[in-house]
Write a protein that binds this ligand. Structure first.
Ligand SMILES: Cc1ncc(COP(=O)(O)O)c(C=O)c1O
Length: 392
């Protein structure tokens, strides 16, 4: 029998990193020492007191049944407390917070609960690919907002035609940004809230890197802007903030109507987290945050290793103040980032991500991630330097 996919899913391609992992495994099997600077999965563990909380909770006999859908009340209260401690934002844990099994599911599901076929979704270009995939599965029309170096990788609202602004139902934003490493000042979020209120657009602000900041920078939350809760939902995640990507804990916070829709939808899809993971996540959110400062210093040192090599090799880039990535334009003699990354990987064993994976405006860029220890990173940068100067 021929299995025919639903139209809704027929355009979904395999996730770029799933395919890349296959190529890398083949190279490793043939003896290549591959250094992966492509993916954004933190290499460092969470602080010990968080792991200990998981172990302690797992030892309790009543911790092994199904958890509460959308997160336990105490997990939601912990997210609300974190938002208050970090941003002075007050959230009602039951109405304005929803626990997610990693923010990715909430990001994908938002389109499923808000979008009817041919509704319009505004998507930054380049961006985390799940915004567009979620919108496509919901059969939305999408409109790209180019993020350009000359605008600090912020979308230019004046460039959005008024008929598009009128029709748009969701606008995706993400600061600190993946893949560009750009940050958005509070004044930008004030403009966003004014624009979205005027045009009645839901703002989906995806903020998983909000505490991965360098040079004493502190990223704002869109919910700090008065009136933001009327139109905005923010996604947050423990994946990058607390080095807990594999634990799959995130949250959607903000507009209570959106939170309710996501919560009902989700209650039919999954059966919550493992309870000890929720206990440990609470400990991470409520515990001492000083280790994050030390962890960010490590990322900052790694960033500086990358940046010094890239400047010698004549890449163009901004030094990122946040996120896990350096986003760099290839020097003039290179045009095609897919070809560049593929050859770099095969000929030097260094894997970086071609910018085009994140959208048309990523053409000619590469993304280098900070989740590799300093000595390996230095080795990778040396190999890249040798390879680009034709020394291997
Ligand atoms: C911008 C952005 N949003 C969301 C996610 C998903 O994170 P999580 O692990 O919380 O699902 C990522 C992961 O890389 C990301 O870069």
């Amino acid at each position: 029998m021929e299995i025919k996919p639903a139209h809704r899913v027929s355009t979904i391609k395999p996730y770029f990193f799933a395919d890349l992992a296959k190529t890398i495994n083949k190279l490793k099997q043939s003896g290549v020492d591959v250094i992966r600077l492509d993916i954004g999965s933190p290499d460092l563990p969470p602080e010990n007191f968080i792991i200990q909380a998981l172990i302690n909770a797992a030892r309790q006999p009543d911790m092994h049944g199904y958890g509460q859908s959308g997160g336990s009340s105490s997990l939601k209260a912990a997210f609300a407390r974190y938002y208050y401690n970090r941003f002075e934002i007050e959230l009602d844990p039951e109405r304005e917070v929803l626990g997610l099994i990693g923010s990715k599911e909430g990001v994908f599901n938002l389109s499923q609960v808000l979008i009817n076929p041919s509704d319009l979704v505004l998507i930054p270009d380049p961006c985390y690919p799940v915004y567009a995939v979620g919108a496509n599965v919901a059969q939305a029309e999408t409109y790209s907002m180019p993020l350009l170096a000359e605008n600090g990788f912020l979308p230019d609202f004046k460039a959005i035609p008024s008929d598009i602004a009128k029709r748009a139902k969701i606008m995706w934003l993400n600061y600190p940004n993946n893949p560009t490493g750009a940050i958005a000042p509070y004044s930008f979020f004030e403009k966003v809230v004014a624009f979205a209120t005027k045009h009645q657009i839901v703002i989906a602000h995806d903020a998983p890197y909000v505490d991965v900041c360098f040079d004493n920078y502190k990223a704002p939350s869109i919910l700090q802007v008065p009136g933001a809760k009327d139109i905005a939902v923010e996604f947050n995640s423990l994946s990058k903030i607390y080095n807990m990507a594999g634990w799959r804990v995130g949250a959607a916070v903000g507009n209570p109507d959106i939170i309710r829709l996501l919560k009902v939808y989700k209650s039919q899809l999954d059966s919550s987290h493992f309870k000890p993971i929720m206990c440990a996540a609470e400990t991470a959110l409520l515990g001492d945050q000083k280790w994050i400062v030390r962890r960010n210093e490590i990322y900052q040192q790694r960033r500086d290793i990358i940046v010094s090599t890239l400047s010698q090799l004549e890449f163009s880039f901004e030094i990122p103040k946040a996120s896990l990535y350096v986003w760099a334009r290839l020097p003039g003699s290179y045009q095609d980032s897919i070809l560049f990354c593929d050859k770099l990987l095969r000929e030097s064993g260094v894997s970086v991500t071609p910018g085009i994976v994140y959208g048309k405006s990523g053409k000619g860029y590469i993304r280098i991630s900070l989740v590799t220890p300093g000595d390996r990173l230095k080795e990778a940068m040396q190999r890249m330097d040798d390879w680009m100067k034709g020394r291997n």
